[in-house]
Design a protein around this ligand. Structure first.
Ligand SMILES: [Zn+2]
Length: 344
């Protein structure tokens, strides 16, 4: 460590510690839908309630671990688009995104919002596009796009299907990327964070490989989280499949439009990611406070303290700075503009 400390943007944070009244209202909304009655009014949540949940958790960890800014979205596992209908999803997404907007308003120097979308299994993407536009109007810089709104049965068409094109057109127009991110699993065979998330990341990459989406949408940008699922570990398989399927080489076919984050939670995994995947395609992320909250007994450090893994990579400081923030500023131009406006 010789150079000045690089600016560190965590591209993957969730509000997993939202005030209990928010989650209690969701349960009331679900109960009302099941009973065929109107949901109660959304509860009053004070700024102090929000500050208490952020300062004891995300903000404390960001400071302890040395990050500077977090791209922040609603809790992924409770997006649960499979529950209810389009109207239920829309009200829930707006409540979740409004809470993120309040966090970002209280701590603009530390948090910038990414929205969840009111996807619903039987719906088209009209409401999702409207919510994306509303959130970008509030200063959000991207969205989480769920490739499987049914919650673990993969019944939706692949991400290369024209079903998805309307939201891609909106994303390109607004110049915002999407993190491909599923939610809770309602398939008992798929553990949410251990199986479903990682499977969906891998499935999404292969869908993109089989198609030709970025020839149609050259400005479209996706982050595949959790280190890209199984993809970097099996990079030779995917390069070989591209060859067999008569697709262009992956660097031109996908890797001008796809990024992987560093949420793999151990040093050898991050070493492999950085060795296999071009550094320009890697974004620093921690997914905290998130999927794995404990301490690794072999290191004595928290599994999701991912900055220390990137700090330990045998790469030069310029490359490390691009992983820590330069690449994120390219993928999220609206964040870059915001930070520049703050003199950062
Ligand atoms: Zn996540």
């Amino acid at each position: 460590m010789t150079a000045a400390k690089p600016f560190v943007i965590d591209c993957h944070g969730h509000y997993t510690t939202a005030p209990p009244a928010h989650d209690a209202w969701r349960e009331a909304q679900k109960a009302a839908f099941k009973a065929g009655t109107a949901a109660p009014a959304y509860p009053a949540i004070s700024d102090d309630d929000i500050r208490a949940t952020i300062e004891a958790n995300q903000l404390r960890l960001i400071r302890e671990r040395g990050a500077d800014h977090t791209i922040f979205s609603p809790r992924a596992s409770t997006m649960a688009p499979h529950f209810g209908d389009q109207a239920v999803a829309q009200v829930w997404a707006m409540a979740c995104n409004d809470l993120i907007a309040r966090v970002c308003g209280l701590y603009p120097e530390t948090f910038t919002g990414v929205c969840m979308l009111p996807q619903s299994p039987a719906a088209d993407l009209t409401a999702s596009i409207a919510e994306l536009r509303r959130c970008v109007g509030m200063g959000f810089v991207g969205c989480n796009l769920n490739p499987d709104p049914g919650g673990g049965h993969f019944a939706h068409p692949p991400l290369t299907d024209s079903y998805w094109f309307p939201i891609y057109e909106a994303m390109c127009e607004l110049d915002v990327p999407a993190m491909i991110h599923v939610s809770g699993s309602c398939n008992a065979a798929l553990h949410a964070t251990g199986a479903y998330y990682i499977a969906a990341d891998t499935v999404a990459f292969m869908q993109l490989l089989e198609g030709d989406l970025f020839a149609r949408f050259p400005g479209l940008r996706f982050i595949i989280p959790h280190g890209g699922g199984a993809v970097p570990y099996h990079w030779g398989r995917y390069r070989g499949l591209a060859d067999m399927l008569k697709k262009p080489a992956l660097d031109g076919h996908l890797m001008n439009n796809v990024w992987f984050d560093t949420c793999v939670y151990h040093q050898p995994g991050v070493n492999l990611l950085a060795e296999v995947i071009a550094s320009k395609n890697i974004l620093f992320g921690s997914e905290m406070v998130g999927a794995v909250r404990g301490i690794d007994p072999t290191t004595g450090q928290y599994f999701d303290d991912t900055k220390r893994y990137v700090d330990a990579l045998p790469i030069d400081d310029t490359t490390r700075a691009s992983i820590f923030s330069g690449n994120a500023r390219t993928v999220f131009p609206r964040l870059d503009a915001k930070l520049k406006g703050m003199g950062l």
